[in-house]
Design a protein around this ligand. Structure first.
Ligand code: XUL
Length: 520
């Protein structure tokens, strides 16, 4: 019974999921929520408070501690980790970890000291900028101008210089903390950092997640000299060569063998970004199937038949772990915005669903919300603040059901508008993530996109993608067979579009675009 473990180090939690490729079953899954289990990091939503709302950093030791905790949880639940034949996983994209010493020189971890305690002295930067950070406008402009303009940067790297991307973040670190930058021997993404912890040496950044740095030349899969030079001096020495997403990056370190009972020699496949990993975990790595992931951030992505770039400059191209490329549009006001409305109006998730399915109508009677509770990535809104338009009660914040519908409708309209550059009509959309079982949300997505919406059984598609990539990389399991076993959509939850809602949404889309234009 070959078993494979997938890990997912996301913004708010660290998850693990164990599969058996013979039976097609998920044997166990556990999740450690940072806010709940690791309150001493003072990161209830996964990041540290900062007086500047553009700055969003996390303590990387929180992720290290969470890795120990999630493995401990599996072991305590009676899971025999000695039967795991391979491990892979994913990390929130773009976040970076700075080490004063290459992990290659450190050797195995001591099993008598908690891992976080051993990693602490290795950090050359105490905190890690994460994908929600929007403090790098100046750095993006500098990189763009040195590297030859927006078009050149996006043709080379798949994206214009982008606030949350790692290259601009590295440049900001170099400018604000030149001494610490100088003292940095190695820079990792969250994904390659977690993989490095597992193998007890430095694991390369994979080409899927590496594409989210504004540093990788997509055509060659290697770091681009032009972008390295435009970003910070001496950067090439701080990055190991990027590796294929299918590469074996090493064998499990003795620390995990002794503490959690993994078998010596267990192979670890390169970790990737959570979105590329979800592409696999949804069984969507061939062009033609679009995915919407409803998480802390909402994302819309699809495998690409041909590489395109977004003329508006918001969309991104990453590596597809099964080969080729994928498109992505990322919205930072995902579940954070939905949770904000739920909190403001005292609504449960069931209330959210009935507000949409029973109490309000498509188009929301013209009520419209620009739901930018935190600075937004797509479109770029640097100053947070929700904007309400419509009837008096709605604008005065006295209509809970209309507010619930409004947040979901504008999220869906924005997803539709900002994924048009991908150039493929989305007839069927697979949906994953925490909110993907909410009938209200699914109904709005079906009607706005006029597409069949299919939720997937497993809600953590990123961790599942890790387990499937481990099975593919270690055992050579074919993608199609893995998808047939692990990624069947939940047909009873499938929602068909209501053609009657089409015109209401065409009208609302016009007012939405008009309000957006006034804002950006
Ligand atoms: C993608 C992005 C987010 C993070 C969230 O570009 O920034 O989806 O990966 O984990």
């Amino acid at each position: 019974m070959p078993q494979f473990l997938g890990l997912d180090s996301s913004t708010q939690s660290m998850s693990a999921l164990l599969i058996d490729t013979d039976t097609g079953k998920v044997l166990a899954s556990r999740s450690v929520n940072f806010g709940e289990r690791l309150p001493h990091y003072k990161s209830s939503k996964g990041f540290l408070a900062n007086a500047d709302e553009a700055v969003k950093h996390s303590d990387p030791l929180m992720w290290v501690e969470a890795l120990d905790l999630v493995l401990q949880d599996l072991r305590d639940a009676g899971v025999d980790l000695g039967r795991v034949a391979g491990i892979s996983g994913a990390g929130q994209q773009h976040g970076s970890v700075y080490l004063a010493k290459s992990l290659d020189g450190v050797g195995d971890w001591s099993s008598s000291v908690p891992l976080a305690q051993q990693v602490r002295p290795l950090l050359s930067r105490k905190t890690s900028p994460i994908w929600m950070d929007s403090s790098t406008s100046a750095e993006c402009a500098e990189i763009t101008s040195t590297a030859g303009g927006d078009q050149r940067v996006s043709t080379l790297t798949g994206s214009r210089a982008t606030l949350r991307f790692t290259g601009p973040q590295i440049r900001r670190f170099f400018k604000t903390s030149p001494v610490e930058y100088q003292q940095t021997a190695e820079i990792h993404l969250v994904s390659s950092f977690i993989a490095s912890l597992l193998v007890g040496k430095s694991a390369g950044i994979d080409q899927g997640d590496g594409a989210g740095m504004n540093l990788l030349d997509l055509a060659t899969g290697a770091w681009s000299g032009a972008l390295l030079d435009a970003t910070a001096p001496g950067l090439r020495q701080k990055l190991k060569p990027a590796v294929a997403s299918t590469a074996v990056v090493g064998e499990i370190a003795g620390y995990f063998v002794k503490k959690y009972g993994f078998a010596p020699g267990t192979k670890v496949i390169a970790f990737t970004g959570d979105n590329p990993s979800s592409l696999i975990g949804m069984g969507a790595s061939k062009p033609g199937t679009a995915v919407i992931s409803l998480g802390t951030s909402d994302t819309v992505f699809t495998a690409m038949a041909a590489q395109r770039t977004d003329p508006r400059g918001y969309g991104n191209v990453f590596g597809n772990p099964a080969g080729g490329f994928m498109s992505l549009a990322c919205f930072s006001n995902g579940s954070l915005a939905r949770e904000e409305i739920a909190k403001q109006f005292g609504l449960s998730w069931d209330d959210f669903a009935t507000a949409i399915t029973e109490k309000t109508k498509p188009g929301n009677g013209g009520n419209l919300l620009l739901p930018y509770f935190v600075p937004e990535i797509t479109p770029r809104v640097l100053k947070a603040g929700a904007r309400w338009f419509g009837g008096d009660a709605f604008v005065a914040g006295k209509d809970g059901p209309a507010a619930a519908r409004a947040v979901v409708e504008s999220q869906a309209l924005s997803m539709r508008l900002h994924s048009d550059w991908i150039g493929e009509k989305m007839h069927t959309i697979l949906v994953t993530g925490g909110a993907s079982k909410n009938k209200g949300l699914l109904r709005v997505l079906a009607d706005v996109f006029q597409a069949t919406i299919m939720p997937l059984g497993v809600s953590n598609s990123s961790a599942l993608g890790g387990a499937l990539r481990a099975a593919h990389g270690v055992e050579g399991c074919a993608w199609d067979e893995l998808y047939a076993r692990f990624c069947p959509p939940e047909h009873e939850l499938t929602i068909e579009p209501d053609a009657g809602a089409r015109s209401a949404y065409e009208q609302l889309a016009v007012s939405f675009e008009k309000r957006l234009k006034e804002l950006i």
